[in-house]
Design a protein around this ligand. Structure first.
Ligand SMILES: [Fe+2]
Ligand SMILES: [Fe+2]
Length: 135
């Protein structure tokens, strides 16, 4: 499976958010490489934790910016973030319990979620932010 590659198609027009998105995509890629390399818990555990913490930090920064700028779509956007965080927590718990439960389906879910969310919800926020001149 090809790794995620950042391109201008993922740009949302806000430099700090694009930078975070590159980091989250890199964390998903690192996890994918580990899973494809056998998926041992000693390797996937720390990478999954890193993805989890990078994602939490990014969502928190994005939501703060939404709150500060009074973005009308904040509640729905934050709900979508929470859905992914719940799923990441479930992956962490299951991976610990089963030692190597992450697989191509987990990775596909993460890849789809991240790329779709960036290109839909995050892009909408970026457009709104730029239109309202509140960068
Ligand atoms: Fe988002
Ligand atoms: Fe984002």
């Amino acid at each position: 499976m090809a790794l995620l590659e950042w391109s201008p198609a993922f740009g949302v027009g806000i430099g700090a958010i694009d930078k975070d998105h590159r980091a989250v995509m890199a964390a998903v890629n690192a996890l994918q490489v580990a899973v494809e390399g056998g998926g041992d818990l000693s390797v996937t555990g720390p990478l999954l934790n890193k993805l989890n913490s990078d994602t939490r930090a990014h969502f928190s920064a994005e939501e703060s910016l939404m709150t500060i700028t009074r973005y009308p779509g904040t509640a729905l956007h934050a709900m979508k973030h929470q859905h992914l965080l719940d799923q990441l927590d479930a992956f962490v718990a299951r991976n610990k319990r089963d030692h190597a439960s992450l697989n191509v389906h987990s990775l596909n879910f993460l890849r789809d979620w991240v790329t779709t969310h960036i290109q839909c919800e995050d892009r909408n926020f970026g457009l709104w932010l730029n239109e309202h001149g509140k960068r």
